[in-house]
Ligand binder design. Structure first.
Ligand code: C2O
Length: 535
């Protein structure tokens, strides 16, 4: 195994898109940022130096960071932010994982422009468990705002309203020719007839679940969130913020130019956002004058496609890569996803929106929770987060607008080391409906079941897939429905879990687990690094 070192300089840089130039926060002046390219088993050291006026922290999304939450990155959860002029080295081992993951800023909304890919190659001499591609290509989907993103968030908070929708979607930072002044900001990929390409697709968008397709070409899905899947063929993929998807594409069509396109899946009764980012797949030797054709993407509200697509995702579950689904459950958790309003005298409507799990809207602490846990600092958080909602109700019945007594608190759930956990996330019709991509730090989990309506604790578990459910780190909870996950709590630390829609996270749709130390000397949280940023 090798040691791979990177230097990340957080710098502000002027970038122009959609006929506007604006300063954005970047890593090393690049947008999207540099790729971390490692092999399974490597040790990675990324020294981050902050030259910008914003506080910064970087999260290595999907890396398990065994016993090593110090390198996980979410601000005020596992570390205090890296202040202007300071540095911090994220030092971690990449063990037992291979595939595509990504990194992003984990503070405020800075991940709008601070993100990049992590490619973990299998160990030397270990082939992929699918046909070897001739070439590989990273495809990062994102969003672009013409104005300063932090300003938009501040405005939104002041007014008690959701911040504006983005001005464009992007592919590798480029919106493509359907947007003004964007001809030169178009991602293009050249292919040769007869060859096979592995696309490593990442959804780095702040608030949009996306469909992605290439006209005339099918995808074979082979991996999600750095876990191999049973291969299946599809015309389009669906990918939520935080998720990654690897697909094989064969250059087997008439040589020409083909559009690739990304557009939101919106099943919420909000203004439909149908901005389409496009890029070009170009066969070698074909002149740029040939007009490409747009792919057929599912309609923005095509719930049938979405449910069907997610159903096809299954763990590879081979002899080499078995799916070790916990069959017995030690701890059952049931969390409702709710929305409410808080009084806000300075807001336009006199109220502001908030979001909650089990009616608790999470309050960010002022010092890192992992430090508070490790050094046993009193008064920073409580560990009485309820395992169930206060009162059962018809979760997906008629829309309710009442706050239903949402409370605030830095309340965490304590989990015994190595216990098996089942968590059912239940959407509700409180105030609004929208699907929620939930991300758990420090773990992968198995998605054992999902459904529409209220979760039935008797009938639904009987239908759980305990053989080859998909294993991942971010999963969508469907609008008006539920998703059940299972994992073994074998990684001690404080681990964040939140909706990966930035808007919802900001409103409080988040919680953290305190996984206790195990009995063995090698089952405890490692000591903190010396350069851990102070608060
Ligand atoms: Cu990708 Cu807590 O985030």
């Amino acid at each position: 195994a090798a040691v791979k070192q990177y230097q990340f300089d957080i710098q502000v840089k002027n970038v122009s898109r959609l006929c506007h130039a604006k300063p954005i926060v970047t890593v090393n002046g690049r947008f999207p940022g540099p790729t971390i390219y490692v092999r399974e088993g490597d040790r990675v050291i990324v020294n981050v130096t902050n030259h910008a006026k914003y506080n910064m922290s970087i999260h290595w999304h999907g890396l398990k960071q065994y016993r090593n939450g110090w390198a996980d990155g979410p601000a005020y959860i596992t570390q205090c932010p890296i202040q202007t002029g300071n540095s911090y080295s994220y030092d971690f081992n990449v063990t037992g994982q291979r595939g595509t993951l990504w990194w992003h800023a984990h503070i405020l909304w800075l991940r709008a422009t601070v993100y990049g890919a992590i490619v973990i190659m299998p160990k030397q001499g270990t082939p992929y468990p699918f046909p070897q591609p001739n070439m590989e290509q990273i495809v990062i989907l994102g969003e672009w705002w013409n104005t300063d993103v932090e300003e938009i968030v501040k405005q939104g908070t002041k007014m008690g309203l959701p911040p504006n929708m983005s001005d464009a979607h992007t592919i590798n930072g480029k919106p493509g020719p359907l947007f003004p002044c964007s001809e030169k900001h178009t991602f293009a990929m050249e292919v040769e007839s007869g060859k096979t390409y592995l696309l490593r697709i990442i959804n780095a968008a702040l608030n949009d679940e996306l469909f992605f397709a290439i006209s005339g070409h099918n995808f074979t899905v082979v991996e999600v969130d750095a876990v191999y899947t049973k291969p299946f063929t599809t015309q389009a993929i669906l990918i939520a913020p935080g998720q990654t998807t690897n697909v094989l594409v064969q250059a087997n069509q008439m040589p020409g130019r083909y559009f690739m396109a990304a557009r939101p899946f919106m099943d919420a009764p909000l203004p439909i956002d149908n901005k389409t980012a496009t890029g070009i797949l170009q066969y070698k030797g074909i002149p740029n004058t040939v007009l490409p054709t747009l792919p057929q993407l599912p309609a923005p509200n095509d719930t049938t496609f979405a449910l069907g697509y997610n159903k096809k995702l299954k763990s590879l579950n081979s002899a080499k890569f078995p799916a070790n689904v916990p069959l017995k459950v030690d701890r059952k958790l049931f969390y409702t996803i709710g929305f409410g309003k808080d009084p806000c005298p300075t807001c336009i409507n006199g109220t502001k929106l908030l979001a909650s799990l089990n009616n608790i809207s999470f309050v960010m602490p002022e010092i890192g929770l992992l430090q508070a846990h490790y050094f046993k600092t009193k008064g920073v958080f409580r560990t009485d987060f309820p395992d169930k909602p206060p009162t059962p109700f018809n979760y997906t019945g008629a829309p309710l607008t009442a706050n239903l007594g949402t409370r605030h608190g830095t309340r965490l759930s304590k989990i015994a080391f190595n216990s098996t956990v089942e968590l059912v996330l239940q959407d509700t019709n409180l105030l609004t409906v929208e699907s929620h991509p939930f991300h758990l730090h420090g773990y992968n989990f198995f998605v054992v079941g999902t459904g529409i309506g209220n979760f039935d604790p008797v009938k639904d578990p009987a239908k759980f897939n305990l053989v080859d459910p998909v294993e991942r780190n971010t999963v969508g909870v469907p609008t008006g429905g539920w998703t059940a996950i299972r994992f073994r709590a074998d990684n001690p630390g404080v681990w964040f879990m939140h909706c990966h829609l930035e808007l919802h996270t900001r409103w409080g749709l988040k919680v953290a687990f305190v996984v206790e130390d195990g009995p063995g000397a090698d089952q405890t949280i490692l000591p903190p690094p010396k350069d851990l940023p102070p608060c």
